[in-house]
Write a protein of this length. Structure first.
Length: 497
């Protein structure tokens, strides 16, 4: 029987958990640290770029639907968490968001000096850089062409990759390890430092200094476990929850009774950065599945209309899900997969008390989220703008989820504002998606509106901390990876003080 007593136990091997562990062990190399991960042990050698096989890297094979069935949230359930399947788009948190977190939530540590120094280091270590223009595939080129004709400024994205072969399959796991996620950067480093990682190890509940887990057999074609299947109680001086937004709040809720937690904010203020991926059929072959999926974006409407546009690419199954309609008509549209242009719309949703992660009677995560009127407005405006870009870029048919007509064709060009309207937005027919859930264990100076203090410690506990995207007090409004690393670094550097 292994010794299951540790100085620190980290729950979850995503970027939050592994960045925390990496910084913790830099300063405290002698600590005995374990990471518990409910997903299986798979690395680049195990990925095969096949959509059906690789959906096993995700919760629920790709998306966990909200209770009202209006939005599907994608998150990784594998070693490395979502960083195994993310795209690598790297944004610094906007100053306006950081100022708000400082002023409204008392996150005083987010000084310009701390943020800039930390992110300079983080970006160096995960190889963040702009991709050269020569890497733009047709989808990225046509997006720029359409936006330029409309006078919409476009910026280049920063990506964290090394020796990328532009295979385009980032969201199915990178087979060459070019994407510098936790599997390539943090995990190899912390393993060398003696950190133990236990996969297929599901944390059911926690108590002060105790973690209750169930270990299950490793699935076929994955690497073997280092613990026999069964139930265990592990102990640690400190426990750090980094199980992601879908699960960190759920673990706290399942454990609330034993921990004596009564904080009504647990699970609350969930934001999802709701997204529509929309597609247009171009008159020429695009082959968006070749090249890096996204190199450019526009934040032109961010302050006025609350949305970003990014270029994107999705696999046939996901694309079919994103295209409204059914049956023969849908099948005919999908035959044009080779000509499809794609744009991703990301809406900045507000952190609202009623949007939350809860648990059902069995203790499983429930996403209780409704799109606000403001978000609906942003979505409709974004769909109108994206449709105009598609037309200007040379698309002949556009499949819009909030349109009176399907597909829209060039004769509709002058009538976009009347054809794409909120009244046609039927989220039961074409659900939104989310890959950037945030909040649920928000950080702040007071337990009155937060779950964790400025050091990530859960209010009302002695030994429980959080280090993942659940800490965000509000939506960060951009792709969240770098911000998660920033907060995790802060928590790691202070937890032993
Ligand atoms: C398809 C996709 C593309 C994305 N692209 C980008 C991008 O380009 N740029 C960007 O900034 N962001 C992107 N994101 C978002 C980004 O990847 C996530 O925000 C980030 O990785 C979340 O990190 P985390 O550590 O908070 O949580 P997670 O990565 O979700 O890690 C949580 C881990 O905890 C494990 N776990 C959960 N519950 C338990 C339990 N009970 N017991 C044990 N283990 C548990 C999970 O299996 C998981 O491994 C993308 C996400 C997806 C899904």
């Amino acid at each position: 029987m292994k010794d299951l007593n540790f100085d620190i136990i980290v729950v979850g091997s995503g970027v939050g958990g592994t960045t925390f562990t990496d910084y913790l062990t830099r300063k405290n190399p002698n600590l005995k640290v374990a990471i518990l991960e409910s997903g299986s042990y798979q690395t680049k050698e195990d990925f095969n770029q096949r959509e059906i096989d690789m959906t096993a890297l995700y919760y629920n094979r790709g998306a966990v639907l909200s209770k009202n069935l209006q939005i599907g949230v994608a998150a990784g359930n594998t070693l490395g968490g979502s960083s195994a399947v993310y795209t690598g788009v790297s944004f610094r948190p906007p100053n306006s968001v950081l100022n708000n977190w400082q002023k409204e939530f008392g996150l005083e540590f987010l000084t310009e000096k701390f943020v800039n120094r930390s992110l300079d280091e983080i970006e160096r270590e995960i190889s963040v850089h702009e991709l050269p223009k020569s890497w733009d595939n047709d989808n990225n080129i046509f997006f720029q062409k359409g936006a330029k004709k409309l006078g919409i400024p476009v910026k280049r994205l920063k990506i964290n990759t090394k020796d990328c072969l532009q295979q385009g399959f980032c969201n199915l796991g990178c087979t060459t390890g070019a994407k510098q996620g936790a599997l390539e950067v943090q995990i190899p480093k912390i393993l060398k430092k003696g950190v133990q990682i236990f996969c297929n190890t599901n944390v059911i509940s926690i108590e002060e200094n105790k973690v209750n887990v169930v270990v299950t057999d490793n699935p076929r074609n994955t690497n073997p476990n280092n613990l026999e299947s069964g139930t265990y109680q592990l102990t640690a001086k400190k426990i750090v929850l980094a199980a992601g937004v879908l699960n960190t709040p759920a673990i706290l809720l399942r454990s609330a009774k034993k921990l004596g937690l009564k904080n009504k904010n647990i699970g609350r203020y969930l934001t999802l950065h709701p997204a529509f991926n929309i597609n247009g059929i171009h008159h020429k072959t695009i082959k968006n599945y070749r090249g890096f999926p996204k190199t450019v974006y526009s934040d032109h409407f961010s302050d006025t209309d609350n949305f970003y546009l990014e270029t994107s690419f999705y696999f046939p199954g996901v694309t079919a899900k994103n295209i409204p309609g059914y049956g023969k008509m849908h099948q005919e549209i999908m035959k044009n997969y080779d000509k499809m242009m794609s744009i991703l719309i990301l809406v900045h949703d507000k952190a609202e008390f009623n949007n939350k992660i809860t648990i059902d009677k069995k203790g499983n995560t429930v996403i209780d989220y409704s799109l606000s009127n403001n978000s609906k407005k942003a979505l409709v405006k974004a769909l109108q703008v994206a449709t105009k870009i598609f037309f200007e870029a040379g698309c002949e048919q556009i499949m819009v989820p909030a349109s009176d007509k399907l597909p829209l064709t060039p004769e509709d060009k002058k009538n976009i504002e009347n054809l794409i309207l909120e009244k046609y937005l039927n989220l039961y027919k074409t659900p939104l998606s989310s890959a950037h859930p945030q909040g649920g264990a928000r950080m702040g100076k007071s337990a009155a509106n937060s779950v964790c203090d400025n050091y990530g410690k859960v209010y009302g506990t002695k030994s429980i901390y959080v280090s993942d995207a659940s800490l965000f007090p509000t939506s960060v409004k951009v792709n969240p990876y770098e911000t998660i690393m920033l907060l995790s670094k802060w928590i790691a550097e202070n937890i032993m003080k």
